[in-house]
Design a binder for this molecule. Structure first.
Ligand SMILES: [Zn+2]
Length: 419
């Protein structure tokens, strides 16, 4: 059965994107944002100040997926603990720096399935309460509230769209699914009717899915009262997955959706997730053409520089500069006509042999490519919402016909086969 739903576009909050996310022109181009707790704690004041002006839904990602993993990678090469991790461990687990060091020294997981129920309850309420109390957690907010009260316009208190229970990497061969389950159950007992609804996270490795073919059925059975789900399949990169894997993802979404009764957000997704809205996916989160996949394994993160990627609506993926230029040379039609790009192109001479380079350079300056992404994603979202499944297949087919001569669009065929 085909389910017609609106798919909500979320962006991952990053402190350097505050201005972008608050741009007036972009206000109706996405649904909301997800703020990692590592960022929220590390930049507490700037994040709460940002939210004061932000009039769209938001929620916090507690980022606890690494608590059941050996912690060796939370240290820097120098051996000191990475500060963003240290803050959330202190806040959620109540461990001191010395205690964290002990765990790192033995490379011992901070939360295991042996944890006492009492300790797990304290942990869960720390995580939930942090999210509930996040707004108003800096002095400035209190001050503004007081100021507005005096002026007779009390500030509307903003609460997150969802509360997120602690979650873990769910992998084959240990009891991580059970641990994840216990936390959702505890959280269900903590929240009350006036609180934002709970949204359970399932951060699952591919091997776990292969070993548990009926994982979606099991989740539905285990959580009869849960209506909101966040799905994170570790390392799932729709652009590179086989049809078989795309199919597994589609079937999980289809089952979890329970014929459109449940909300499902893909925590790291791309255009393929928009296509999955036809099977019940209701939300997709990403960076601005980036962060369309992520591993659930705790990784040190590379200290290397950030490589900008340009989103290409014609093939529904992003490419790095060299690939983009190469593709542009053979397929000049990839030049975008979103409102941002149209504005850029208006100032350029299309007959100039340097047109391509000039366009590209302008797209990269002032982070224009991020605005281009937000516009493009919004256009795609509307296109998907207003298309039938066969329209979408036809669209993929048409694009595949044009771009299959290039090495950059092999995913189109697989996506088409899957949906
Ligand atoms: Zn554009």
């Amino acid at each position: 059965m085909l389910i017609l739903v609106e798919i909500k576009i979320y962006y991952r909050y990053d402190n350097s994107k505050r201005e972008l996310l608050n741009k007036k022109d972009l206000e109706d181009k996405f649904h909301g944002i997800i703020i990692p707790c590592t960022t929220a704690m590390y930049f507490q004041n700037s994040v709460s100040t940002f939210l004061e002006d932000f009039n769209k839904p938001f929620f916090l990602d507690p980022m606890t997926f690494f608590f059941n993993q050996p912690p060796i990678n939370i240290t820097k090469r120098s051996g000191s603990i990475r500060r963003s991790y240290k803050r959330i461990i202190e806040e959620f687990l109540g461990l001191s720096e010395e205690e964290i060091k002990e765990y790192i020294k033995d490379n011992r997981e901070m939360i295991t399935t042996d944890i006492s129920t009492n300790d797990l309850e304290v942990f869960c309420s720390n995580v939930i309460n942090y999210q509930k109390l996040f707004i108003g957690s800096n002095d400035m907010t209190e001050f503004i509230g007081l100021y507005e009260e005096i002026l007779g316009s009390p500030s509307e208190s903003k609460s997150p769209e969802y509360l997120i229970p602690p979650y873990f990497q769910i992998k084959h061969g240990n009891n991580s699914y059970e641990l994840n389950k216990r936390c959702i159950e505890i959280a269900q007992n903590i929240v009350n009717e006036d609180d934002p609804p709970l949204c359970g996270v399932f951060a699952i490795t591919k091997s776990f899915i292969n070993q548990n073919k009926n994982i979606a059925e099991k989740i539905l059975e285990d959580f009869p009262n849960l209506k909101n789900f966040i799905l994170w399949i570790s390392d799932f990169n729709a652009r590179k997955e086989t049809v078989k894997n795309l199919n597994k993802m589609k079937n999980i979404v289809k089952t979890l959706s329970n014929e459109g009764k449940n909300n499902i957000i893909n925590l790291y997704g791309d255009y393929f997730s928009l296509l999955l809205s036809k099977f019940g996916l209701t939300g997709v989160n990403s960076g601005f053409g980036t962060s369309t996949k992520k591993t659930t394994r705790l990784s040190r993160g590379n200290g290397g520089g950030f490589t900008a990627k340009i989103y290409i609506p014609k093939i529904n993926i992003s490419l790095i500069k060299d690939d983009y230029i190469r593709l542009l040379e053979v397929k000049p039609e990839i030049v975008c006509d979103c409102p941002k790009c149209s504005k850029i192109i208006r100032g350029l001479n299309k007959n100039n042999p340097d047109f391509t380079n000039n366009y590209y350079n302008l797209l990269l300056s002032n982070n224009n490519y991020e605005e281009h992404f937000i516009y493009s994603r919004d256009i795609e979202k509307k296109f998907v919402e207003n298309s039938t499944l066969s329209d979408l297949i036809e669209d993929l087919e048409e694009k595949d016909n044009i771009f299959s001569v290039t090495p950059y669009a092999t995913h189109l065929k697989r996506w088409k086969e899957d949906i």
